[in-house]
Design a protein. Structure first.
Ligand code: KG4
Ligand code: ZN
Length: 335
């Protein structure tokens, strides 16, 4: 089955074709990503109306490009998957309408995909995918969730952030320090030149049982540190390193707790923050002692992309899921 996937939930236009008739790691026939980050950077964050307009400009050219690269004609496509939420409503609608229109024109089913399920399944695109069951840490700009995953569509929420998402905390800290949008990669880059023990930032909720997270207190601690540090502009790298250490430490310790609680040994990390280098290195060190194994999407598929949507849509179509001619998207949508 060959599925065209379309992702437009935020500021990246992603289009890809996935074929599940090939071996592990070989199913992705073509993918294209157009990032609007440079456009939004001037505003310090995503401007929803501009995002929608730019998706509209890019969708048709990107669909043409992946079809050509995969050597596909419309008759070769068995279904069209699109991100139906959560995300920016206007941006979601551009992709949903494109998918629905192409599916109608080509006489194939359309299938809505939950954006976070896309992230969650992205590591399954890799040549050595994790076997079920596993624990998953979903860390993006909008979500921080720990899940127990027993199979496709069999997800149990173990814990989540009660306030800011981890990526959101990186973005807000970057903004406080006058760094570029999106904050995660920039904070991480600066952190490499700083000392991670320069500031004693809190590791929120580690002293309490359970698997929920909280990042707003950590964010406030960074703001206080900035205000109370006389030579603050010279300390930006130290603040970044200390913040990153606190955020990563919190994430890892909850992951280890989730593995112990479930008795599982495999953990999947996905979503934009899973690209973080320190998170990957420290996670590997934490797992070493307990015989655990971590799985990640390829770096290009940690952040938003069309490949994860084509893959997740293919699984949904195999399970017999399709939608009628109506188009609906959900800005908020629990998984
Ligand atoms: O998954 P994603 O592309 O979009 C959402 O679904 O939200 O994640 C974007 C988030 C942003 O908050 C960005 O700052 C963060 O992921 N991010 C990172 C890194 N790369 C992206 N955070 C920390 N370290 C990184 N290297
Ligand atoms: Zn995302």
């Amino acid at each position: 089955m060959r599925v065209l996937g379309i992702e437009t939930s935020c500021d990246e236009t992603g289009v890809a074709i996935y074929d599940d008739g090939r071996g592990s790691g070989a199913g992705l026939l073509a993918h294209r990503l157009y990032s609007q980050i440079d456009m939004h950077a001037d505003y310090g964050g995503v401007v929803p109306e501009l995002a929608s307009r730019d998706h509209i400009r890019k969708l048709v050219p990107l669909v043409r490009e992946v079809m050509a690269e995969a050597g596909c004609e419309p008759a070769d496509i068995d279904g069209i998957a699109y991100t139906a939420g959560p995300g920016l409503a206007g941006a979601l609608l551009t992709g949903a309408l494109m998918a629905r229109a192409l599916a109608y024109a080509w006489g194939v089913p359309a299938v809505p995909v939950h954006h976070m399920e896309g992230h969650l399944l992205a590591p399954l695109l890799e040549p050595e995918p994790p076997a079920f069951p596993f624990v998953a840490l979903l860390v993006s700009g909008g979500h921080t969730q720990l899940m127990r995953v027993d199979g496709i569509g069999r997800y149990e929420l173990l814990g989540e952030s009660i306030d800011d998402a981890a990526g959101e905390a990186f973005d807000k800290v970057a903004k406080m320090l006058g760094l570029n949008y999106p904050g995660g990669p920039e904070v991480s880059r600066r952190a490499q030149q700083g000392r991670d023990d320069a500031f004693a930032f809190p590791r929120p909720m580690l002293d309490r049982p359970g698997l929920d997270f909280s990042f707003s207190g950590l964010k406030t601690a960074v703001l206080t540190a900035r205000e109370q540090t006389a030579d603050y502009p010279e300390k930006v790298a130290d603040i970044c390193a200390s913040f990153e250490a606190a955020a990563v430490d919190t994430l890892i310790r909850k992951c280890i707790r989730a593995l112990k609680q479930t008795g599982l040994k495999r953990i999947v990390l996905a979503g934009g923050v899973s690209a973080n280098r320190r998170l990957r290195a420290d996670m590997a060190a934490a797992l070493r002692g307990m015989g655990g194994q971590a799985f990640y999407p390829a770096p290009a598929f940690c952040t938003d992309n069309g490949a994860m949507i084509a893959f997740a849509g293919c699984q949904r179509l195999r399970a017999g899921e399709t939608v009628g001619l109506g188009v609906s998207v959900r800005a908020r949508w629990p998984m």
